[in-house]
Design a protein. Structure first.
Lengths: 164, 160
């Protein structure tokens, strides 16, 4: 009787833990999805819209966020520089399409930190010319005030190019 | 329900249908994977937009061999790089005006439509790694995603 009760409690605890874990996973995916949606550009936009979009992205980053986006961007971009980089990038491109092609999420036991590995496909057009690429990124997240904030983005070299 | 839909034994039909669905799910989740090619890095072997089937268990016991077309896994396992194995662990790979040189010897690449003009200094491949490249050597090497990939990133091989 006692064993059955303990087994039942253990199962219930496991179910609750999984439910919490899944909820954090879906919140993380939603947080990332919001950033991706803000980075997309469907057509011409005015400078005010560009600036507002960039500012919206910044609000989803932790105060100490650091980004290593990989070529052709600078080695490391700190949060303060990212705003200007976003504005410049959006202004140069006519359209920006971003899609997530799969992810893997690890959430710390304390559910305050998480790491996401995500495959992202980006396509942009400029003066009728289209370029696209797909890459893998490691994204570190931290929960601040109950909201997941992006702390670090690192471009992962899946295929390590030879020195040329 | 008509006899020709559920058969003479409806329960057996339902069980068989469920088993078939389960086998199909297992097959296309863990064994075979339909692949749609996006990009031109493997042309003319694999055309942009073409459909193929890959085996996710191709290298469960065997090691990739030179010339194999393999899948390099990206996060989430829904997207892959499709490349050809050019160099094996421990080998030294180089390109000399488009010619592949492995351990000092020039190797033929019969799958190429054109060798291009790639030039790359000798590069020794570590244990547990492979050198991969696409077949479209018309793309300059600096614009082509070719290089070293770790063995554990190889998710499977193209069947057809």
């Amino acid at each position: 009787m006692v064993v059955s009760l303990l087994a039942g409690l253990a199962v219930a605890a496991a179910v609750v833990w999984v439910a919490h874990h899944r909820r954090d996973e879906s919140r993380l995916r939603r947080a990332f999805g919001e950033i991706v949606a803000l980075c997309r550009k469907d057509g011409p936009e005015g400078p005010l819209t560009t600036a507002m979009r960039a500012q919206e992205v910044m609000t989803r980053l932790a105060s100490n966020a650091v980004l290593q986006l990989g070529p052709p961007y600078p080695m490391t971009v700190e949060r303060d520089e990212l705003g200007a980089l976003l504005v410049r990038g959006r202004a140069q491109l006519d359209t920006i399409a971003i899609a997530t092609r799969g992810d893997e999420i690890d959430i710390d036991p304390d559910r305050q930190r998480a790491e996401m590995r995500v495959t992202v496909e980006v396509a942009g057009t400029q003066d009728g010319r289209r370029e696209s690429g797909i890459g893998e990124y490691r994204i570190a997240w931290q929960k601040q005030g109950g909201t997941w904030k992006l702390v670090r983005v690192t471009h992962l070299e899946t295929i390590q190019r030879p020195p040329l | 329900m008509p006899h020709w839909v559920v058969g003479r034994n409806p329960r057996r039909t339902v069980v068989r249908a469920l088993l078939l669905a389960l086998c199909g799910y297992a097959l296309f989740t863990h064994v075979l994977r339909p692949v749609r090619v996006r990009g031109v890095s493997m042309e003319p072997t694999l055309r942009n937009g073409s459909f193929h089937v890959a085996s996710l268990v191709r290298y469960a016991r065997d090691e990739p061999r030179r010339g194999d077309v393999i899948l390099v896994a990206l996060a989430g396992r829904r997207a892959y790089y499709v490349k050809r194995v050019i160099g094996l662990p421990g080998e030294t790979v180089a390109f000399d005006a488009g010619r592949l040189v492995v351990d000092g010897a020039t190797l033929a690449e019969p799958y190429l439509a054109s060798t291009g003009r790639w030039t790359m200094a000798p590069l020794t491949i570590e244990a547990g790694c492979l050198f991969v490249a696409g077949d479209n050597r018309a793309i300059p090497l600096e614009d082509h995603l070719a290089g070293i990939v770790r063995r554990e990133r190889i998710a499977g091989g193209l069947l057809f």
